[in-house]
Design a protein around this ligand. Structure first.
Ligand SMILES: CC(C)(COP(=O)(O)OP(=O)(O)OC[C@H]1O[C@@H](n2cnc3c(N)ncnc32)[C@H](O)[C@@H]1OP(=O)(O)O)[C@@H](O)C(=O)NCCC(=O)NCCS
Length: 396
């Protein structure tokens, strides 16, 4: 954790939240999804609701995300009421992590929302407390999430910020090049500064667009003995590969089990997903998940994992997977692609190099990765360099 980050964690803890009196906080009960969605889809409660033509979330979408993959009895989702009125929601997705080869249960924070009139009363804190107690009983090792808007309230609830995530972008069309230049004019900045930003970024954006164009039309030849194939069935082969990946690159990552990928990719009601395996000598040596957002015509590198083959390093496998991804995105009409990367995990460094090789460039983002240890006192969870997570996994 950097000094700057440590200071943010301490500062946010200083302000104690005003206790919320007279509110009822309870867990989700069957049938609540209609009430939750009416709250979540209301632009007066959540400013992001309805923007850019994003359709309202349906009940079956909520059930897919929060209930269908949950093997446990009960769903880690809490609701806060003032009398009969719903005024706050907070959920968690149970996600298996793989930590130095061990599979562990974690929870990812989602649906963090308190009605504007009820903010600043510590309601989020109360919902989190209830969910934390539940997680403790269930043996959840760690809770985690991403946020740009709720860093301070999350720190007050016991999370730590491990720092900001690195975003990478790649342009696949002239229109995307223009959009990325305009995006770098950063709204809110003084005009002169914004213009200077755009000029400074210009060579990098043009260079990366050129690289991606060359890679798309002149891909490097596939290394001897390697093939990249689309997976149409996600089963225990994925579990075994995920375990081998974790042994090759110790640290903490999402466990890419067949059942997790099947739920997240093949059953996903929001986006189309394509899953690819790299095989070498009959053995799986790489896995890539590419997500296609037709609405914004964007491709998302959702998951990447690769291990060295008998003769070549993991970067060769990564490059082959990413070049396949470029072709998949272009075939599906994507104008741009994005990817995420974390700090200095050994595999993140390889991913970063490979992203640059196919034309991705780094751009500023303001999203913190938040972690809270639940049952474990292991300090390794609070070291950002132990984490390798490729995707943010929020569908909206
Ligand atoms: C993030 C959020 C859930 C926090 O809930 P909360 O129960 O209000 O949390 P807290 O009581 O700890 O107060 C949070 C902050 O809101 C401030 N606040 C007080 N009244 C407020 C109001 N009417 N409107 C906005 N913020 C207010 C508090 O002073 C506090 O500020 P600080 O963090 O700078 O000290 C809530 O602000 C929210 O729903 N935001 C919009 C959705 C969002 O950003 N979700 C996170 C996505 S990852």
């Amino acid at each position: 954790m950097t000094d700057q980050n440590r200071a943010r964690n301490v500062q946010a803890q200083r302000r104690a939240t005003t206790p919320a009196a007279d509110f009822t906080i309870r867990f989700y009960q069957a049938g609540d999804e209609g009430l939750i969605n009416a709250f979540y889809n209301d632009p007066s409660q959540r400013p992001g609701a309805g923007v850019c033509g994003v359709p309202a979330r349906t009940n079956s979408e909520w059930i897919w995300e929060f209930a269908s993959h949950n093997q446990d009895s009960g769903i880690p989702y809490s609701l806060a009421f003032d009398q009969e009125r719903l005024v706050g929601i907070q959920g968690f997705l149970p996600i298996q992590l793989i930590h130095d080869g061990r599979v562990e249960l974690s929870e990812k924070s989602e649906d963090t929302l308190v009605s504007p009139e009820y903010r600043g009363k510590g309601l989020l804190d109360q919902m989190y407390r209830m969910l934390f107690e539940r997680a403790l009983q269930r043996g959840v090792v760690v809770q985690w999430g991403f946020t740009s808007t709720a860093v301070k309230p999350l720190i007050r609830s016991g999370f730590k910020s491990l720092g900001k995530v690195d975003f990478y972008r790649l342009n696949l069309s002239a229109r995307a090049v223009a959009a990325s230049i305009l995006r770098h004019t950063s709204p809110g900045l003084p005009r002169a500064e914004a213009f200077a930003n755009a000029v400074l970024r210009f060579p990098q954006i043009i260079r990366s667009s050129g690289v991606s164009l060359i890679r798309r039309f002149f891909p490097r030849p596939m290394p001897p003995g390697m093939e990249v194939v689309e997976l149409t069935k996600l089963d225990e082969v994925c579990d075994q590969f995920s375990a081998r990946f974790s042994r090759a690159y110790p640290g903490i990552s999402v466990h890419f089990s067949g059942s997790y990928l099947h739920w997240r990719c093949f059953k996903n009601p929001y986006f189309r997903y394509r899953v690819y395996a790299a095989n070498h000598g009959g053995e799986m040596v790489g896995l890539a998940v590419f997500k296609i957002d037709d609405r914004s015509r964007m491709g998302i590198v959702s998951a990447l994992a690769a291990i060295p083959t008998e003769t070549q390093g993991a970067s060769i496998v990564l490059n082959a997977l990413l070049e396949t991804g470029l072709r998949v995105f272009a075939r599906h009409g994507c104008r741009s692609a994005v990817a995420w990367c974390f700090w200095s995990h050994a595999f993140s460094n390889l991913v970063r190099d490979s992203l640059k090789k196919v034309g991705f460039f780094n751009f500023a983002a303001d999203t913190d990765f938040m972690v809270r240890a639940v049952t474990s006192n292991d300090p390794s969870y609070l070291n950002p360099n132990n984490w390798f997570i490729c995707e943010i996994m929020s569908e909206r």
